[in-house]
Design a protein around this ligand. Structure first.
Ligand SMILES: *Cc1c(COP(=O)(O)O)cnc(C)c1O
Length: 425
């Protein structure tokens, strides 16, 4: 498709002569056929086509194709949320009795999914520090390990994953690396180029970018050779009895097996489809992603630098800061910028952080990140308010920590608001 900029604007949907310039919303649950035989060929996956929107819809497919091109993948699908994308990407290759190696610095929802819900389904997880050595990583694998999971930039820890290290360990153990690339987006990092096999997204964040739709996406690189590790991945390499005995890896090859299976099995059975209306709005967000990300990053960088020089701020975490422990990895994997999210500790503890939050004017209080509007969260008094100060510290969140998601406003306006709120803290 050309550059990332052109793909953001024009990827996925290419209208024919006389067709709508803007991506049409195919607001239809079902599709009409002249003969049952024709529909039968679709059900047998012998021909491409649409029959029911839970499985596939032309609007969703066009947007998935754009995200696929942005990530440099071979196939992609949309899901109803980022959580659904994470779950499908894991459950597509893990079943009861299997095991996952995951970075401990991941989104809270992904942690709960792995540590609690998937455990109840018989899939166990071992969590490793994102800063672990190759030896520590190797030691986490078991004979039943089926994948490695991590986040390019972890929400909210802002730890940067050493993608090459995690990919090489995964591959030496014969399993794929799955990377959640929500925070940098493919504008700032393309994990497949560094060895990731499958990439997931919460499109709810920067991709949508306007806090309008919850959504997710899964992209397959097409690089993982399922048949070379056939015994580990029977779901892809053995006949699927629920689908006329199809063998996904043989019929669709490395390029198509993973997404075809996730669509024809998991989407069929779990039904976490994105509505075509939401996919349309997501596509409008994607059209400006390459223009918005640099401004989110400029504001994030400026806020991080301002905060780290401020006497009422105890500490700042932002991978774009030279002193940050993840700065080296950020420079390697995201030389043009990381994201707009900064976390910092207000000096003076929980009460000072609460006063700071009350004094904010431009920055609004939200349980969200990656919106066009700057938003702010004090986990200790909101998402994590049931925890004591001691429990918070154990979870890596201090009572005075604030998560700031820099939007697209003028940089000086954000800094002025932070300055006046810190004055009152
Ligand atoms: C928000 C988020 C998710 C979950 O996505 P939803 O769209 O809210 O379901 C997953 N991963 C990361 C990194 C996120 O920030």
């Amino acid at each position: 498709m050309g550059t990332i900029e052109t793909t953001c604007v024009q990827g996925g949907y290419v209208p024919g002569d006389g067709e709508p310039r803007q991506l049409p919303i195919v607001q239809s649950t079902t599709f009409k056929y002249d003969t049952s035989e024709h529909m039968g060929r679709l059900f047998d996956l012998e021909e491409d086509g649409y029959f029911y929107t839970r499985l596939q819809n032309p609007t969703n497919d066009a947007v998935a194709k754009k995200i696929c091109q942005l990530e440099g993948g071979s196939a992609a699908m949309l899901t109803s949320s980022g959580q659904a994308a994470t779950f499908f990407s894991l459950f597509n290759i893990c079943e009861c009795g299997d095991h996952v190696v995951a970075s401990s610095a991941i989104y809270g929802g992904s942690y709960n999914l792995l540590a609690h819900t998937m455990r109840k389904m018989g899939v166990e997880a071992t969590f490793v520090s994102p800063t672990c050595t190759r030896e520590e990583l190797d030691a986490a694998f078991r004979p039943n390990t089926k994948c490695v999971f991590g986040e390019t930039i972890a929400n909210p820890a802002l730890a940067v994953l050493d993608i090459e290290l995690f990919a090489s360990a995964a591959h030496d153990h014969g399993v794929p690396l799955i990377v959640d690339n929500t925070f940098p987006t493919p504008v700032n990092c393309r994990p497949i180029e560094w060895g990731a096999d499958i990439v997931t997204h919460s499109t709810t964040k920067y991709m949508d970018g306007h806090a309008s739709c919850v959504g997710g996406a899964i992209v397959d690189s097409g690089n993982f050779d399922w048949m070379a590790h056939a015994d580990k991945f029977p779901g892809l390499t053995q006949p699927d009895e629920s689908y006329h005995g199809i063998v996904y890896a043989k019929r669709f090859g490395n390029a198509g097996a993973f997404i075809t299976k996730a669509t024809s099995q998991l989407m069929r059975d779990f039904g976490s489809i994105q509505s075509p209306q939401n996919a349309y709005l997501l596509n409008i967000g994607l059209e400006s992603l390459h223009v918005r990300m640099p401004q989110h990053c400029r504001n994030g960088q400026a806020a991080a630098e301002f905060l780290s020089a401020h006497p009422k701020v105890a500490s700042v975490r932002y991978p774009g800061l030279p002193g940050d422990r993840y700065h080296g990895l950020a420079q390697k994997y995201m030389p043009h910028g990381t994201c707009g999210v900064v976390s910092f500790d207000v000096a003076g503890g929980r009460a000072a952080a609460e006063r700071f939050m009350r004094a904010l004017r431009l920055c609004t209080i939200e349980t969200h990140v990656a919106d066009s509007r700057t938003c702010c969260l004090h986990p200790a008094s909101s998402t994590h308010r049931q925890m004591t100060d001691e429990e918070l510290v154990a979870a890596g969140i201090s009572p005075s920590m604030v998560r700031l998601s820099c939007g697209l406003e003028g940089t000086q306006d954000i800094l002025d608001d932070l300055a006046q709120a810190l004055e009152q803290a």
